[in-house]
Design a protein around this ligand. Sequence first.
Ligand SMILES: *Cc1c(COP(=O)(O)O)cnc(C)c1O
Length: 399
Amino acid sequence: MNDNNDDPLQGAGLDTLAVRAGIARTAEGEHSEPIFATSSYVFDSAAEAAARFGGESQGNVYSRYTNPTVRTFEQRMAALEGGEAAVGTASGMAAILSTAMALLKAGDHVVCSRDVFGTTTNLFARYMAKFGVDVTFVPLLDLEAWERAITPQTVMLFLETPSNPLSEVADLASLSALARASNCLLVVDNCLCTPALQTPLALGADIVIHSATKYLDGQGRCVGGAVVGSQQHMAEVETFLRTCGPTMSAFNAWVFLKGLETLRLRMDAHSTAALELANWLVQQPAVEKVYYAGLESHPGHDLAKRQQRAYGGVLSFQVRGGQAEAWQVIDATRIMSLTANLGDAKTTIVHPATTTHGRLSDEQRELAGIGRNLIRVSVGLESIEDLKADLQRGFAALG
Ligand SMILES: *Cc1c(COP(=O)(O)O)cnc(C)c1O
């Protein structure tokens, strides 16, 4: 920025960091962050090339290792989450995979929330298990189950809060105390809240995971991810990325940087709209139950109120009846997009039991509380009256 050494962003607020952290202006004096669309970098001399490769000289070598646009995204994410460092990845799953590959080894044991993103369950149960990492799944809210599941081999606890689609809220302070006492890392997927609403590191978590695909982008354009934590852990994650390759592209990093500039405004708007829609849904005769931590009737409400700045944009509800009725409501909507993605300016609607949670057995689905009459909505930024009218169309279709 300028030549003086003290960082003008030291102690800056979230909104300032979201707009300005990580900017390294070039000699061109560009105002917006540039996209460094380059796979490799040139050296001044053969000696300089040797020094860069040898690690004696700092600087870019190849974009699988470092890229200035990706670095700006990483520094901004670290600043927003309050972490020492961050690593950008090709997707949210690449963020989880890279963390697992960098920090776990054969013989290690992981305790994972039962209520995580379905593909995360598969990553641990199918792929990490194949390499000798054991995993035990426990109900998100059952602290005693977490405690019981921990063995001398346990090195990592993994969870999402609030959960998707039921909005269950985990007590991050208690879980980080448990992690600390058990010498485990607490890894939190902060995808649904984003740092605009919740900063798990401040509550004692060691590592934060993001699918940047969701709210960080916020407009459904790019797939990407991030890992945030200590210098030491991020150095290990970065080494995995350099070696194995699931790095973020410069173009995607740039899109996410633009998304971050409006993150807080969007998260506030999503949260306000979702709360209004949840309160409206509660009053609809066709609705049996609404799951949203912003509702005072939700069991996680008080905890969410303490732990989060607002309640986010994702809610779900049960319609009276079963799958047929849920499908009827979904098919009658004409504004909401029928897609499994979330965290978009466009409101999305989906039937979890036959899509995102379709691979679970009936019993597993029952345990997870995903009924056949459950509908999930990721509330976007359209006029709330239009969203109500859209769902009303669906309820009217039930006759
Ligand atoms: C979407 C999602 C992921 C995976 O992210 P991708 O970018 O799709 O790979 C991980 N965790 C949560 C909570 C998600 O919603």
